[in-house]
Each structure stands twice: as C-alpha cells, then as structure tokens.
Design a protein around this ligand. Sequence first.
Ligand code: MGD
Ligand code: MGD
Ligand code: SF4
Ligand code: MO
Length: 739
Amino acid sequence: MADTALRICPFCEATCGLTLTIDDGRVVGARGDRDDVFSAGFLCPKGASFAELDNDPDRLSAPLVRRDGVLREATWDEAFAAMADGLSGAIREHGGASVGVYLGNPNAHTVAGSLYPPLIVRGLGTRHVFSASTLDQMPKHVSLGLMFGSPVAFTVPDLDRTNYLVIIGANPLVSNGSLATAADFPGKLRRLRKRGGRLVVIDPARTRTAELADRHLAPRPGTDAALLFAIVHVLFDENLVDLGSVQDFVNGLDEVRDLAAAFDPDTVAAYCGIDAEQIRTLARELAAAPTAAVYGRIGTSTVEFGTLGSWLIDVVNTLTGNLDRPGGAMFPMSPTAPAPRGHRPGRGFSIGRWHSRVSGYPEVLSELPTPALAEEIETPGDGQIKAMITIAGNPVLSAPDGDRLDRALAGVGFMLSVDPYLNETTRHADVILPPPPPSRAPHFDVALNALAVRNNARYSPPALPLDGRPDEAQILSRIALVLYGLGHDADPALVDDQVITTTLSKETADATSPVAGRTVDELIAMLPDGPGYERRLDMMLRVGAYGDAFGARPDGLTLAKLKDAPHGIDLGPLQPRLPDLLRTPSGRIELAPPQLISDVARLRDALGRRGGGFVLIGRRHLRSNNSWMHNLPALTGGTNRCTLQIHPDDAADLGLTDTAIVKGPGGELVVPVEVTDDIRRGVLSLPHGWGHDRDGTGQKLAARAPGVNANQLNDGSLLDPLSGTAVLNGIPVVVGPAS
Ligand SMILES: Nc1nc2c(c(=O)[nH]1)N[C@H]1C(S)=C(S)[C@@H](COP(=O)(O)OP(=O)(O)OC[C@H]3O[C@@H](n4cnc5c(=O)[nH]c(N)nc54)[C@H](O)[C@@H]3O)O[C@H]1N2
Ligand SMILES: Nc1nc2c(c(=O)[nH]1)N[C@H]1C(S)=C(S)[C@@H](COP(=O)(O)OP(=O)(O)OC[C@H]3O[C@@H](n4cnc5c(=O)[nH]c(N)nc54)[C@H](O)[C@@H]3O)O[C@H]1N2
Ligand code: SF4
Ligand SMILES: [Mo]
C-alpha cells in the first residue's frame, strides 16, 4: 500500500512543500503539496526528482574510512572512532586552530547544517573558517551589516505587492530565487505583470527571466555598481529623492549625493554599454511607481564591485521611498529569530577583526575568503592548516582553481567530510560520514525563513525512519563531543542541552526578552521529549517573534503547533520593521558607511575602462544544482548543459563552430560551443559545478557526462575586497577554435 508524507524540499531556496509517495519503505514519487501555505503546489524538476535523489545507488549508505591509503566501508562505530582519533591527533599535535573548516551550500537547507557547524567551529577555536558564502552572498551580508547594523537584516522584494520590479543579475525562472525565498517565483512575476506591474531585467544574457520582462537591459558584466550609481545620480539630479517612511532615521544622504556626482549617466553609459537615456528612464520610473523594488543576486554579488552593488541596490530602494514599505524592499520576520526588542542602538558591524595569514585578507563574519583556502593549506609556518573538515561542500568544483585546491587537500594531514557522496572534494577525506537521504531527515528553514517574501513557519519531521543510521544532527554532535573532550560515544543530547541552557540563561537575564525573569529550569521542563534538534527548534520558536513565550502567550507558536499543522502556518504578509531592527551604533540607517565610501574610489577609477576582449560569466540550469545533481537520470541529458555560449557575430569573427579553447588566468579548457544571440557580444557564458572526470569519485552517471570545470579558468586572485568574495562573473578570457 502506497502512503504519503509531507516534506519541504531542501534542494533550493524556494522551500516548496512536497507530497512524497512512499511504498515499501522508500520514496517512489513526489508532487507539489497544494495545501502548503507557502508554495501551494509549486514544484520544479529537481523537487520532482526527489525519489531518484533519495534512492541514488551512488549515495553512500555506510561511512568510509581510509586504511592503507584506500577508502573502505566501515561500521559507524569504527568511523566515529577514526574521526575522533584523526581530529584528536591533529589537535594534540598542532592545536584546534590548525584545523580548517569548509561549509558548503546545503548547510543552509538542513536542520543539522544550520544548528551544529557553529558549535564545531567554536569547539576547534579555529579562525580557518571558509564557506560557500564567499562564493556567493557575502557582499550582501557586508552591505546589510554596515547599513542596518546586522549582517542578516535581509531586504527582500515584496513580490506579491510590488508595482515595479527591477531584477539585476538574477535569473529566478531558473534558480527559483535566492536571498528571496519565494515558491513559484515564475508565477509571482507573471502575476505582477497581470496586475499591471512592470518587470525590468538587467542581465548581459537574455535569460528566461529576461524573456518575461517588459524591458531587458544587457550591460557589460561587472558594471552594475556604476549603473546603480547612475540611477542614484539621476534621482538626486532630477529631485526625485523621497525617503518616505524612513526619512527621520537616515544618515549620510549628503555623502551619497556627493559621491553620485561622478556617475552621471553619460559617463556611466559608455562604461556599462547601456544607453544613458535608458538609465534616466529607469530612475524616473522607479521614482514614479506607486511601489517598486530593486532585487539583485549572483550577477551583482560575485563581481569586482560586489559589496558596492549590493549596497547601492538598497540605496536606490531607500531613495525611492521603497525601503520597508509594502510593495517595496522589506525585512522578513523569521519565526526563529529573536523577538523584536524595540528600537535601541546596537554594536554595529565590523569586518577585518583578523586577517588571513598568507594574503592578509580581512575576516568577514568570522570567515576568510574561500579562494584563500589552498594557500593556507600549502604555505608552511605558524598557523598553517594541518587538518580539514568539510561539511556539505564541494569546493574543488565550486571555488576558483580547483586543481590547486585538489592538490592542497591531497597533502592535508587528516581530512573529515560529512557528505552523502564520494566526489571531487570528499575523495581526499580520511573519514567520510554520510548523512541519511532527505526522506530520513527533518526539515525546518532556520536560515531561509529570514528571507521569505511572506512570513511563515513549517516543519517536516523525517518521513521515514533512520534504520539504525545516525542522522546528520547526531553525526555533527559527535564531532562536537570530541572537540569538547567528551569523547565521540558520549550522549549527543549533551550538545543540545548545553546550547539550550546557555540560550535560556541569556534570555531570562535579558529584561527585554519575552521570558525575562523566569527560571531556566522551569523553561527547560516545558520543552518536549524528542531529538535534541526538536528541543532547540521548540525553544527558538517559543522565544521568537510569534512564539508562546513559554506559556505567557498561549496562542503563540510552539513546535507542537507546527506538528499539528503539517501544511504549515501562514504568518501573513511582510510588515514594516524599521526602526526597531536597526542595530547600528547611531540607531539610524547608515546610507554612507565609511568602508563603502572609501571603496567608491576604486569604482570611479574603473569608469574609464571600455572593455575589448572577452569576459566570462556563469549560468544555471533548471535541472542542475551547483555540482551535486549530475548523477540523477531524470536530471541528465538535454541541451544547453555544459556548453560555452557565444554571440553569433563573435563566433563568426572567430570562426567558431563546434569546439572552443578558452584560456583564463587559472587555466584553459576545451568546451563545446553553443552559438546564441541570447548573450551580449564580448561575453561568454559557461555553467559551474562540472568537471566530473577526476579519479576516485563515486558518481558514476555524472562521470559519464563530466563537462568541464569553469572555475579552472579562474585563479582566484580577484576578490571583492570588502567581502572577500571571489569574482566569478566578469573574468577576462581569451577564446578561439580548438584545432
Ligand atoms: N563559477 C561559478 N562558481 C560558483 C558559482 C557560480 O555562480 N559560478 N556559484 C557559487 C555558489 S552561489 C555556491 S552556493 C557554491 C556552492 O559551493 P559548494 O557548497 O561547495 O558546492 P555544492 O556543489 O553545492 O556542493 C554541495 C555538497 O553538499 C553535499 N550534500 C548534499 N546534500 C547534503 C546534506 O544533506 N548534508 C551534507 N552534509 N552534505 C550534503 C553534496 O554531495 C556536495 O558535496 O558554488 C559557487 N561556485
Ligand atoms: N536550477 C538551479 N537552481 C539553483 C542553483 C543551481 O545551480 N541550479 N543554485 C542555487 C544557488 S547556490 C544560488 S546562490 C542561486 C543563484 O540564483 P541566481 O542569482 O538567480 O542565479 P544565476 O543563474 O546565477 O543568475 C545570475 C545571473 O546574473 C547574470 N550576470 C552575470 N554577470 C552579471 C553582471 O555583471 N551583471 C548583471 N546584471 N548580471 C550578470 C547571469 O547572466 C545570470 O543570469 O540559485 C540557486 N538555485
Ligand atoms: S523550486 Fe526549489 S524547493 Fe521547489 S521543488 Fe524545485 S528545488 Fe525544490
Ligand atoms: Mo549559492
């Protein structure tokens, strides 16, 4: 008898509710859950392939331990013991600070990945922390931190209510949205147009999102920050600035106006390759629209001026009166974020509290730039990385110059990976601890609820039992136990208990907390029985904005209430949150933070550049997900996969027909050519996450159509200096026919 179970999809930021079909103890199908309060039945090809991914025969079902140089299956006891030996040995010899940690993207999509890695980092006491953030959204954290005082005070476009949306450097019809959690992003864009709203897309490629737009502008890659500055220039020049509801708490307006003076549309037009009149029109329309929002992603983030671009997006939102207003750019209220405590000055946000050892890159959010990982492993001396832990990451393919990182990882003394696959990165591990498939894991969007375009809370318990395997929470807890000196076989609940006690001690001592003055023991006694992560989620929900404050607000949220509402609880449209959420020392919005101001000189200097030569950008595919979904039959094959897109005129000039050789600062690749006028002249596009042709990996299907690693063209030396984020778009390359 087939059964069903509800499960939020963990494969991208859209967080669709799925209905899984379960037969004979395994998932055999997935469809969109029409009753899900957030996604209302939407799903994409990746969600539809849930069963294949869950049952992929190449997924590791047992841990691997390296013996005599060879990775072999081991029992969980053996593997945990080997993990403990390896880590303790490295720490004994070189100290916890010598252990590097790399945290990959799926951590943002799992309960375990959200709750436990910070404890591992703290247990090690290491500053060698690297993550996918510096290949992705770190510029946004920095601009938010400097403007609003909190690096997680995300602004998202109010998609359901806006009248005018500018999407710059994002392709949500393919990515399904990022840093703006919205199930059915495509439907929301269509509905925007149906209700008379307008959509403008700014992207060097005519993407599927651009095809849906009223207007598509195709700038030269890397020039977004200047383009946005020109919009700011016009807003001031034509007296269109109107701060709306935030006007009483904005600092730095004059500085921004003065800085924008250098970015007049005529100067910027030549640099961006967009008509000055188009820029003026955009600024005027943004100012005139009843509500409007500018939303940017990867194309504005992983570029030379990533932090400036991320900042200027919110500057434009502010200057047009759209910050924090319905239909504009708003701040979501996550159910597990601490309840708002009223308007008060904060400590602000700083970067560069320490620097990387070899290149001297500043720390950002307690992390160092991932492009610096290889050199920190390779370079001898005090503070060298001697051991590595990777959790849910594949930096050999996702970061610049994977060949170098590949060699570096091969030389690390001890490496531990928590990952379901033996892949380009984990093949270097001495111990691989595989989490169970998603059907056997719980789901709650600790990270992504803070980005949702409509407030909501949903919880999926595991759809299937663990069958004797540890879940990822237990795996990560056992690593933490070793680091706390308790031994890998201590009770994993100790880890959660410690977090709960610490958190509740702080809450009860904080006069502004909803549980101020209560006793910790009383609150702990109210937590449910069950796995540690459920106890922690319950605690977070109860002291959160919608929580029951441990009984003080009986109608409020608890985990039990979420379990009783399997399709989720809708918490309503986004609400204005300023000035309460500001945590800047001034208690005001800092429109012109000094760190950003001083970086503007670099942008001004770039204005004289005129291009010439080719630049490389990336793209995503609806049936792919970074590097790790190329092993599923339903998602393989088809066109437009790992091909080099080039404009027909460029291809003709070069005599390019089928295969090209591309050379970049980091190496060269031979790749099939796809001639298309969807791309701007002078620009080449190649997706990332490919290059599955290394020995010793275990994804057999992926290896049959390996593609090439776009990141090998990149040597990783170019970073956005404020955020330490790799420049992945706008890489200068040389291209010609492969003969
Ligand atoms: N050129 C170029 N490079 C890019 C990008 C680009 O646009 N252009 N994009 C960048 C971006 S935005 C990102 S986020 C990074 C991604 O960078 P990474 O996160 O390093 O790479 P992924 O390919 O997402 O690898 C995810 C890993 O997690 C494992 N995994 C999957 N599910 C789970 C799970 O439940 N638990 C655990 N423990 N592991 C799991 C997979 O097997 C895989 O090994 O790539 C970046 N690289
Ligand atoms: N199907 C699928 N979905 C995914 C992923 C995936 O790999 N596949 N990855 C997930 C992850 S980790 C992330 S972070 C998100 C990313 O989500 P998005 O940012 O929406 O995805 P991208 O397709 O990388 O879109 C970036 C766009 O920027 C454009 N671009 C490049 N350079 C520039 C530039 O200089 N200026 C401007 N204006 N545009 C530029 C590119 O042409 C591209 O269309 O997607 C997530 N969703
Ligand atoms: S859009 Fe994202 S969350 Fe929704 S089904 Fe597809 S992969 Fe899953
Ligand atoms: Mo990402």
